[in-house]
Ligand binder design. Structure first.
Ligand SMILES: NC(=O)c1ccc[n+]([C@@H]2O[C@H](COP(=O)([O-])OP(=O)(O)OC[C@H]3O[C@@H](n4cnc5c(N)ncnc54)[C@H](O)[C@@H]3O)[C@@H](O)[C@H]2O)c1
Length: 194
């Protein structure tokens, strides 16, 4: 029997790809997304998989999230309000309270959810501009596929190869920025560090 997934934020970058993959793998998928206007400036995007059930609604609405969780086996929680947005309170409200309330609804209703996959952070892989103690501000490109195939997940200084992993011992300080905005962010970073 097909497994049922709820993909919160399924209209977004990661959620829509997760949805596509699940549909391809034969899952029944429900998407919950409020089409946050700051993210979807042109309204509902046409990349939302048509085979998925789409609920337009806010994760923070208790009735909405309760309905979205109905008969779901696995939750892929990708709904989020971007940290680059100016509304800090909304960021906390959507990302923290919204997530906490979803967990509360699951517990209160004793829902038979088997697994909840919560988005990680790009901060864990440190891509973006970095500061190498030897070479100062450096701009490593995205990690090559070949490197990752070898199980090396670190970002390296493009000049000496020092790795971002050394961060933990204090020798490298990487400043993580969203890849798509790297150039712009790097420019402002240069001014900040100057
Ligand atoms: N994109 C990346 O490179 C990246 C890297 C690491 C981690 N992440 C994390 O993955 C998650 C998803 O990222 P993304 O890039 O797909 O973001 P995104 O902004 O493209 O998608 C988020 C989706 O959530 C929806 N949303 C926002 N508020 C909502 C609410 N209150 N109720 C319901 N839906 C709501 C938006 O409409 C949007 O479609 C985030 O937690 C992000 O921090 C992203």
């Amino acid at each position: 029997m097909a497994k049922h997934a709820l993909v919160t934020g399924g209209a977004g970058l990661i959620g829509s790809h997760v949805t596509d993959l699940l549909v391809r793998e034969g899952w029944k998928v429900r998407v919950l997304d409020n089409l946050e206007p700051n993210t979807h400036k042109r309204g509902k995007p046409d990349w939302i998989n048509e085979s998925a059930e789409f609920i337009e609604g806010d994760l923070r609405d208790r009735d909405t999230i309760t309905a979205a969780l109905d008969k779901v086996d696995v939750v892929f929680h990708e709904a989020a309000y971007g940290s680059y947005m100016p509304e800090v309170a909304k960021f906390v409200h959507v990302n923290s309270l919204g997530t906490a309330q979803m967990l509360e609804v699951i517990r209160e209703n004793n829902l038979p959810i088997k697994k909840i996959i919560v988005a990680s952070s790009q901060a864990v892989y440190s891509e973006g501009a970095g500061e190498c103690p030897e070479h100062g501000l450096v701009f490593p490109s995205v990690r090559p596929i070949e490197q990752m195939r070898k199980g090396d997940w670190e970002v390296h200084c493009p000049i000496c190869g020092a790795s971002s992993g050394e961060n933990r011992s204090g020798s490298l300080q990487w400043h993580c920025v969203t890849r798509a905005r790297t150039d712009r962010a790097n420019r402002s970073l240069i001014h900040t560090l100057a």
